[in-house]
Design a protein around this ligand. Sequence first.
Ligand SMILES: Nc1ncnc2c1ncn2[C@@H]1O[C@H](COP(=O)(O)OP(=O)(O)OP(=O)(O)O)[C@@H](O)[C@H]1O
Ligand SMILES: [Mg+2]
Length: 259
Amino acid sequence: MPDLKFEEVSLTYGPPGTTPTVRSITLTARAGTTLGLVGESGSGKSSLARAAVGLTPISHGRITLGDRVIADASARRAKARPCRAIQMVFQDSSGALNPRRTAGQSILEGIAAAGPIPRHLAHAELERLLDLVHLHPQHAERQPRELSGGQRQRVALARAIAAKPEVIVADEVTSALDVSVQSAVLNLLRELQEQTAVTFVFISHNLAAVRYLSDNIAVMRNGEVVDEGPATRLLANSAVPYTQNLVDAVLTVPPLAAP
Ligand SMILES: Nc1ncnc2c1ncn2[C@@H]1O[C@H](COP(=O)(O)OP(=O)(O)OP(=O)(O)O)[C@@H](O)[C@H]1O
Ligand SMILES: [Mg+2]
């Protein structure tokens, strides 16, 4: 499995010449490991993630997966091409799933994306994936609106895994879920880490979740990476004040006032 590399990546939503939203980011998600991406709201995490799946064009630098170029701002055709090898799962999985397709049909689409496969094998693979994400076979018959948020999120994950990706970018996948379903989805991600060689980029505001899943962490602020390192060291004793504040803020959240 290859590394996912960002080399001096900048991107901007404004006209050329405006300050880029993401500025000169150099970062590696090492093959088979999980890179946690944290930082305040608006710091550019999702923008960087979307660039990695070819949804947002970059204005400088390049993104590579091994020797495959995902995006290259200096290339004549700089437009990024979505790449099956990198799959993204979003916070709001209902937007990512076709509302008129059943969960099973959505996952079968993912299976088909991995390459031609006979019908009976595709259905066997569907059953395997449903089991992997702890869904019942009857969930496959339901449309997204007939599933709970946590079940939808697991369908979206199964669909992403079905495409046999080398990288899964998970952007706030647990934020909309209640605490018990959050931990179910986090445990599921942990199982996937153990059972597959997939590289993960895990974006979350939940530092405990990031600590639980990540080998390395990058901290973003105002479009730049301000700190980076092994998860245990970075969260325990970073020399960077911004990271310290981020960690302290979590530890000092005031308790809810008694009713
Ligand atoms: N499609 C877009 N068009 C214009 N500006 C955008 C667009 N998407 C994001 N932005 C701006 O880019 C900046 C970075 O946004 P981004 O969504 O990458 O942040 P984030 O770190 O993911 O934040 P959050 O933690 O709130 O999800 C923000 O200022 C945002 O307003
Ligand atoms: Mg975001």
